[in-house]
Design a protein. Sequence first.
Length: 290
Amino acid sequence: MNFREQLKEKKRIIIKIGSSSLTHPETGNLNLTKLEILVREISDLRNMGKDVVIVSSGAIAVGSSAVGFRGKPVDLASKQACAAIGQAKLMMIYQKLFAEYGHVAAQVLMTKNTITDPVSRENAHNTFQELLKLGAIPIVNENDTVSTYEIRFGDNDTLSALVASLIDADLLILLSDIDGLFTDDPHQNPDARFIDTVEELDDRLLQMGKSTSGSSVGTGGMSTKLTAAKIATTSGADMVIANGEDFHVIHKIVQGRSQGTLFVGKKDHSFSLVNYIRSEMTSGTAAGER
Ligand code: GLU
């Protein structure tokens, strides 16, 4: 069985959706047509008996457009206020759409402290297990309303990989406005070649992700996606980066078709989630505001 074929067997799947994949670029308003396809795709994964967790961005973008801002606000307090408004709106729509397919969504908001504090980490882990046992679909976001620099993940790419590690997921799918990994920045170099499968995520590849996706609505570029790939694959999960322009890509990935770039998981038993976040916090290299 090749690596793509093995994706058919995955049982616990995390799907991360970037803000740019959920909103209309011209207005920042939610793209309801796309959201409906997303919810149908995920409902069908549940119907196949798979555990599914969504890591959804979009709180700040949706809140900003709800209060009439053009683009995202710059100062932290406005962003946090927009997140509070937008997160509630986002969940209301997810709940409604999932209910149409007979499924139940659950909101899980996290900060770095949720992972570094042993009691919170254990509670979060147990809650995820229970939600999945109940057949609910957890929808995770950073708790932007209370997050400040020290306790922010900064981007949901990293958050989704940490959740994958926390709950022992076997597949993480990152959907964004990029097709996957290229040998160089395809916007600058017409000779850049697409990479279908990465079996070994070495330093050379990690360096290659320096350029960002160019999206003005999300916060993560290729570099944060490669960091996520490192965390996910080291935790034993496969990861696929694919374009979220058409959410039908989700079932194609799970059917083992060649979509996006696949990073093959290889568990490293010495990897510690807590040590990873602590070292990131002390070195100050956490993805912060952009
Ligand atoms: N947590 C932020 C939001 O929901 C987004 C972070 C990101 O886009 O990576 O708006």
